[in-house]
Design a protein around this ligand. Structure first.
Ligand code: CUA
Length: 359
């Protein structure tokens, strides 16, 4: 009964956290589906083993019980059986081989990133590559062949392989989009490579986006290190790339008549860029690139997107994401929001929310 109640509690717990849009059991795209099939296949074999062993165990339990034979009955003493030993050695070997073959085939197939280096006659890369950099506690997505960079929301075309170079800037994190595939560690010292395919129709989609998570315990705000994945049809993706490239040279000016922009230039520009074109001054890459902030669905990856939340976040990021580097920057810089008036912070929030390439 104790075991039964434990199982009941676990079932309730697991079903409560089984939100469809962030579930490996609702796979989208070729990679997610292949990993899901492998999962089903292994569970089927394991379930068969559990059933056969349980039946044998229960049979032996009743067949050889003491009361059946009388109190002083001495059962037949068995010293060993070569036949049985061979059987119970060979069966697991066969089962492990059956598991190993499809696992290895899938592993090599999903790890095949040779196409990432292919170039056409003009010397342009033919496969879309995204450099993912995990940082405490946010994600940077750079498209090296397109010369653009963004943060927190990965944008990808549907129906084609998207190749990833994964690395971390500080400590080990792990890149995981449960519905689409993964997960794979992001390390500081070496780059991990793999690819994913994104389907446009999926139960794993919520409000048109897939949800991604950091899957490696990395610090106090590990659980809040979320990102989103926007999927676009190939033509829409090309249009998005063009609008990102068009932000070249965009910068906030301290002399602006817009109070928000002037405040941003004085207090935030040292760490946050407002142009998505790569190769901006080094300092502007310290914090998440904000060029597409107005297009985001969440603030800091998890707060509902509204001005009130943005103002609270600017005033005290530590309250929401303990251990994030913005709090530290406040302490060493001259950009402490305590020195800004409510009017300035309000204008600052309006300015940041107006940054967009989609509107
Ligand atoms: Cu990054 Cu957990």
């Amino acid at each position: 009964w104790r075991l039964f109640s434990l199982l009941a509690v676990m079932t309730v717990f697991l079903s409560a956290c089984g939100e469809e849009y962030i579930s490996t059991l609702r796979p989208a795209g070729a990679v997610g589906k292949e990993q899901f099939n492998l999962l089903l296949f292994s569970i089927t074999i394991m379930a068969l083993v559990v059933v056969v062993v349980s039946v044998l165990y229960i049979y032996a339990f009743f067949k050889f019980r003491r009361s059946r034979q009388g109190e002083d009955y001495m059962p037949k003493q068995v010293e060993g059986s070569h036949t049985l030993e061979v059987i119970w050695t060979v069966i697991p070997i066969v089962l492990l081989l059956i598991l190993a073959v499809p696992t290895l085939i899938s592993t090599y197939k999903l790890g095949d990133v040779a196409a990432m280096e292919h170039v056409d006659e003009d010397g342009n890369k033919t496969a879309l590559t995204v450099d993912v950099t995990a940082k405490l506690y946010w994600w940077e997505f750079a498209y090296p062949d397109l010369g653009i960079v963004t943060a927190q929301e990965l944008v990808v075309p549907t129906g084609e392989k998207v190749y990833f170079n994964l690395k971390a800037a500080d400590v080990k994190h792990s890149f995981w989009i449960p519905s689409v595939g993964g997960k794979m560690d992001t390390n500081v010292e070496n780059i991990n490579k793999f690819y994913l395919v994104f389907d446009e129709e999926s139960e794993g989609l919520k409000d048109g986006v897939f949800y991604g998570k950091c899957a490696e315990l990395c610090g106090p705000s590990h659980a809040l290190m979320d990102f989103k994945v926007k999927t676009l049809a190939p033509e829409a993706f090309d249009a998005w790339v063009a609008s990102m490239q068009a932000t070249e040279g965009q910068i906030a000016s301290k002399d602006s008549t817009d109070l928000g922009e002037a405040t941003f230039a004085a207090s935030c520009l040292g760490c946050h860029a407002v142009s998505s074109v790569t190769g901006m001054p080094a300092g502007a890459a310290m914090g998440p690139n904000l060029t597409t902030f107005g297009d985001r669905s969440h603030i800091a990856g998890f707060l509902e997107f509204n001005k009130e939340n943005l103002v609270s976040w600017i005033k005290d990021p530590e309250e929401y994401k303990p251990g994030n580097l913005m709090t530290g920057a406040y302490k060493v810089g001259n950009n402490n929001p305590d020195e800004l008036s409510d009017e300035e912070i309000s204008a600052l929030a309006d300015y940041i929310m107006s940054l967009s390439v989609e509107k």
